[in-house]
Design a protein around this ligand. Structure first.
Ligand code: AMP
Length: 121
C-alpha cells in the first residue's frame, strides 16, 4: 500500500490540522486521541511517511526505529502511566482494524483494561 500524503496524521505533522500535543522530538509526535477509549489515550506517530507497523519495521532506519520506540516509552513515563501500566496497540491493516494509514501506537491507560481482544462488530 502506497503512503497517502493526505491522511489525517500527515496533515497533523505538516501543521495543517491541530492536535493536542503531548510530546515531540526528531522522530516522533505524540498527541491525545480525539475519541479516547480509556482515561488516558495518547497516539504516538513517527515523523517519517510509513503506512503501518509492517511498513515501518521493514523500511525505517535503525535511528528512526530506536528514536520512535524510545519516544513511546518516554511518553508513557511522562504521562505517569508506566506504573501501574498501560496497553500499547498498533492496529495494522484491514484485519488489524487500522483506520488511519500512518503508523501509530496507541497508549491506553488509566484503568484496568480487561481482556486482550474484544469481538469485532
Ligand atoms: P486506528 O484505528 O488504529 O487507525 O486508530 C486511529 C485513531 O485515530 C482513532 O483512535 C481515532 O480516534 C484517532 N483520530 C482520528 N483523527 C484524529 C485527530 N484529528 N486527532 C486525534 N486523534 C484522531
Amino acid at each position: 500500500m502506497a503512503y497517502d500524503r493526505e491522511n489525517i496524521f500527515a496533515k497533523i505533522l505538516r501543521g495543517e490540522i491541530p492536535c493536542n500535543k503531548v510530546y515531540e522530538d526528531d522522530h516522533a509526535l505524540a498527541f491525545h486521541d480525539i475519541n479516547p477509549q480509556s482515561p488516558t489515550h495518547v497516539l504516538v506517530i513517527p515523523k517519517g511517511a510509513y503506512v503501518s507497523n509492517d511498513d515501518f519495521t521493514a523500511k525505517a532506519s535503525d535511528a528512526e526505529l530506536t528514536g520512535f520506540f524510545r519516544a513511546v516509552g518516554h511518553v508513557a513515563r511522562a504521562l505517569g502511566v508506566a506504573e501501574p501500566g498501560y496497553r500499547m496497540i498498533a492496529n495494522t491493516g484491514v484485519h488489524g482494524g487500522q483506520e488511519v494509514p500512518h503508523f501509530h501506537v496507541h497508549i491506553c491507560a488509566g484503568r484496568v483494561l480487561g481482556g486482550m481482544i474484544r469481538p469485532a462488530g
